[in-house]
Ligand binder design. Structure first.
Ligand code: TYM
Length: 325
């Protein structure tokens, strides 16, 4: 059977890039695979965090998992730090990963910008991620395109461990959607939409108010052609909006192009804003209902027990293979 693991960092605000690139797939996968969805709070500390806010955001992401439709009867939802095996596996795998491999990680290069005044955790971050995946013998890992290189590293580490110590790990495959794997920033469609927003109008978060969503979409950068056509190279802004619209509405991009033939950007943006609000409203309602509830605590407690049992077993196998008392 397919086994799925994925994670989202509780850093900043979860946006429609995270949702359309990865989390929406989680909801679909829970019906066909054994799924583990993790709030990866240890990853967040690779950059400075306000401890109190991190606690809040950790619960936010767990509540969002439930709010988007992940059913804890079908999938296991848990918080990374509540399973000590993740940090332990990370150390063992750091002794398998190579510095040369970590030096090639694009995300580290982008985030560190050549500075040495970044944490060592930012550098070894992909190894912690490899541990998250390998501890659960995940066969498939749904992620956005920006995580593809980390998945390749995970596969390399797993293959090396299997060869040098013992055949323990399953080699995971990334699951990267054809549309939505790289949602771009609304105010600069040359850049990926991100949580660490520089511009106030660059992303749409899952918890944005309807008025703000309308405003952000209205302001989204397009071009002067006033023609709704998918052409990422020459029309990156409009193409990005078309991808978002397609994923939120279930209509194909060509259907949308036909629908807006001769209509211009005004109507297109108005309808997209409406579709976005409509899609997010039930998620927001459910989020508000469960965010402060004891139900959320129960889900996380049961999730930690279930995930912990799987992770502990794999960790024990790793230790045995490596001669760790
Ligand atoms: P994170 O928290 O940055 O992002 C969560 C998920 O959202 C995807 N994503 C995007 N997809 C499309 N367009 C975008 N603009 C966009 N921005 C983000 C990410 O690819 C990711 O799938 N290292 C991971 C978290 C992680 C993880 C794991 C993932 C830790 N351990 C194990 C999978 C398996 C991260 O920082 O994601």
């Amino acid at each position: 059977m397919k086994r799925v693991l994925s994670g989202v960092q509780p850093t900043g605000n979860i946006h429609i890039g995270n949702y359309l690139g990865a989390m929406k797939q989680f909801v679909e996968l829970q019906n066909e695979a054994e799924c583990y969805f993790c709030v990866v709070n240890l990853h967040s500390h690779t950059v400075p965090q306000d401890p109190r806010q991190l606690l809040e955001k950790t619960r936010d992401v767990a509540a969002l998992y439930l709010a988007i439709g992940i059913d804890p009867e079908k999938a296991t939802i848990f918080v990374q730090s509540q399973i000590p095996a993740h940090a332990e596996a990370c150390w063992l795998l750091q002794c398998v990963a190579r510095v040369g491999e970590l030096n090639r990680m694009i995300q580290f290069k982008e985030k560190s910008k050549g500075s040495e005044a970044v944490t060592a955790g930012l550098y070894t971050y992909p190894v912690l991620m490899a541990g998250d995946i390998l501890l659960y013998h995940a066969t498939h890992v749904p992620v956005g395109e920006d995580q593809k290189q980390h998945l390749e590293l995970t596969r390399d580490i797993a293959e090396r461990f299997n060869r040098d110590y013992k055949e323990i790990f399953t080699i995971p495959e990334p699951l990267i959607g054809k549309v939505g794997a790289r949602i771009m920033s609304l105010d600069n469609p040359e850049k990926k939409m991100s949580k660490s927003t520089e511009g106030a109008y660059s992303n749409i978060t899952l918890l944005d108010e309807p008025k703000l969503i309308e405003k952000k979409i209205k302001r989204a950068v397009t071009d002067s052609e006033n023609l709704v056509r998918y052409d990422p190279e020459n029309k990156p802004g409009v193409s990005n909006l078309l991808s978002i619209y397609s994923l939120l509405s279930g209509k194909t991009i060509s259907e949308l192009e036909r629908q807006y033939e001769g209509a211009g950007y005004g109507q297109f943006k108005k309808d997209l804003a409406e579709a976005t609000v409509q899609h997010l409203q039930p998620i927001q309602e459910k989020f508000r209902e469960i965010r402060g509830s004891s139900y959320l605590d129960d889900v996380l407690k049961i999730g930690a027990e279930k995930a912990g049992a799987v992770a502990e077993k794999t960790l024990r196998q790793m230790k045995d293979a490596m001669g760790i008392l």
